[in-house]
Every structure is written in C-alpha cells, then in structure tokens.
Design a protein around this ligand. Structure first.
Ligand code: CDT
Length: 313
C-alpha cells in the first residue's frame, strides 16, 4: 500500500525591515489555514520567515541586531502559529534566526524547526553552509551570513515524523551535494528547505542570469540522486529594494518538478506525495549498498592528492 504525505509549500513575498512579528506571523497563519483547507499534513515555510533578510545590512547596533532573533521557540510572537497548528492538526517547518545564550555567550544560528500536528517541535536544524562573508564590503546588498551566524552544530539529522523520514536544510545548503547525500544515507524521504536567494548581486552578470536555472538544478539533482522528495520554499520578490527569486517548488524523487509557484508574493502550492515513489530508484539505480563505492572515493582522493580543494584566484 502506498504511503502519502500531502505537503504545502508556502512561499512568502517580501518582508519589510520594520514589519512586525505579529504581521508576519499573521501571514504565516493565513497560509497555514489555506494549506489545511487543501488537506495538507504539513506546510513548509521559508528561511528566516519571521523577518526581512537582515544579513544584507552591516547592522552595528547590538539591540537592533538582537531584535531579528528568537531566543526561544515557540517565542511569544510565534505561539499563535503553534496553537493554530495544533488546533487544525497540521505540521509545519519554519526558518528563523536563533539566539542562544550558552555559558553567558551569545550564539547565533540560522535555524529551522519541524513541528508536528500537535504543535510540538520534533526536529531542529542549524544551517551549515553559510554563504557570503563576515567582513563588510563596499557594495549594496551584502550577504553577511558569516558575520551574523555560526556554522550549525547539529549535522544533517533526519527525523521520524509524519509517517516518513524527514530532513531539513536551509538555502545555500541546497547547492551542496553532501547535504542531500548525508540525509540520503539515512534514508530521507522528504527534505524541507527554505531560501532567500538574491538576484542582482552577482558578478559577473551571467551568474545572476542563470540563478533561476541553478536554483532548480541543485534541488532536482539532489532529489533524484537520493530518491527523495524535496520541497524548496522561497522568500520571493523585491524586498527593501533587493530582488529575490521565487520558484517555490515541490520535486519528486524522479527529479521532476510537480508543483511550482507562479507569483512573487505569498502563495501556496500543494502536492499529495507518494513516499513510495522513491522505491524503484532505491532498489535499482540509486541502490546505495549495491552501487556506492565509498572506499574508492577515499583511494582516489589519496592518489591524486585531491584531499584539499584547489586554491581559487
Ligand atoms: N540565504 C542564502 O543562503 N542565500 C544564498 C545566496 C548566496 S549569494 C552570496 C544562496 O545560496 O541562495
């Protein structure tokens, strides 16, 4: 008998720098209600879904910086979202900036949580592949994630939830094959991921022009090569003068996009996902135990000396 999980991918349009948490949470709640009206078991929200993408600004004032982070989850502002989830009986994933005080020291992470249908957190992930830089550059639209977040310290765990094996990653993680493979080796069946991907910061221009292509390329290959569903959810549109790609999509283990947003605003797309659609891929072309050769990957890197990446110019 096939196993189905109905998922909603809830794209968000821009969030203004001074938009309140109450306002963004209200938007999330509207999307959650819509997802429930389509019988979704779970709805996935973007990276940093509670605020604007603040790492584009070199924020010096610590109080202002702290105001973009949650010190607990659920936080007072997000409690209504958790309550609604349990009232409706729908799960969700949510990206947010996390501030943890450990031994009196502030630790900052770009995080996401997986919440079950009773409103309880069943999984947590902290972004590993932080893009951009720590130093402030003299150009508009910085990408200062390395300044404002630490590398996540949870690895890429999977979670047995919703009758499936679930995984999460965040934005730039989706460009790295290791992200999917580490979860694939744990049998992941659905990866939920949110992103804030700018266009217009690129140099050379050609890279920007290809951004929508690369967005889907990485997620489709990650899905196919690991026989998993991938749900990629954007924060889209022109946010505070900076353009971001949309293209929120649901991708099958075949690598095919089976649902996709067509606006740059708050928009939900859904799909009833057959988790067992992965079976023929796992049994044959991507039967890891039959065909993967990890011992040879080590031999090859040792022989060629390719244990370190080549220096870039
Ligand atoms: N949020 C995030 O990870 N964005 C990156 C942009 C990199 S451009 C410096 C991404 O991979 O889409």
């Amino acid at each position: 008998m096939s196993r189905f999980l109905t998922v909603g991918a809830a794209q968000m349009g821009p969030i203004a720098r001074h938009e309140t948490r109450a306002s963004t949470v209200k938007r999330l709640m509207e999307l959650m209600k819509e997802a429930k009206s389509f019988n979704c078991d779970i709805v996935a929200f973007p990276e940093l879904a509670l605020t604007t993408f603040f790492p584009r600004w070199p924020i010096e004032d610590e109080n202002e910086l702290d105001s973009f982070y949650e010190t607990e989850m659920p936080s007072p502002a997000t409690r209504p979202l958790f309550n609604l989830a349990s009232e409706l009986g729908i799960g969700f994933s949510l990206g947010y900036a996390e501030l943890e005080i450990r031994n009196g020291i502030k630790r900052r992470f770009n995080s996401s949580v997986l919440v079950d249908k009773t409103g309880n957190i069943t999984g947590k992930y902290r972004k590993i592949h932080l893009p951009g830089h720590a130093d402030v550059l003299d150009r508009p639209g910085q990408h200062l994630e390395k300044r404002f977040f630490e590398v996540g310290d949870f690895g890429f765990p999977v979670f047995h939830a919703f009758g499936a094996i679930m995984g999460m990653c965040i934005c730039n993680d989706r460009r790295w094959p290791e992200t999917y493979r580490v979860m694939g080796l744990q049998g992941v069946e659905m990866v939920l991921l949110g992103y804030n991907s700018p266009v217009g910061l690129g140099d050379p221009y050609e890279l920007d022009a290809l951004e929508p292509f690369h967005n889907h390329l990485v997620m489709q290959s990650g899905a196919y090569q690991n026989a998993t569903w991938v749900v990629g959810v954007a924060k889209a549109g022109c946010e505070e003068g900076f353009n971001m790609i949309g293209q929120t999509c649901i991708i099958a283990p075949s690598g095919e996009i089976v649902a996709m947003c067509c606006t740059m605003g708050d928009e939900l797309v859904i799909r009833k996902c057959d988790l067992d659609m992965a079976k023929p891929y796992r049994a044959d072309i991507f039967n890891f135990s039959a065909h993967r050769r990890p011992e040879h990957y080590t031999l090859i890197t040792a022989r060629t000396g390719a244990v370190k990446p080549p220096e870039s110019d």
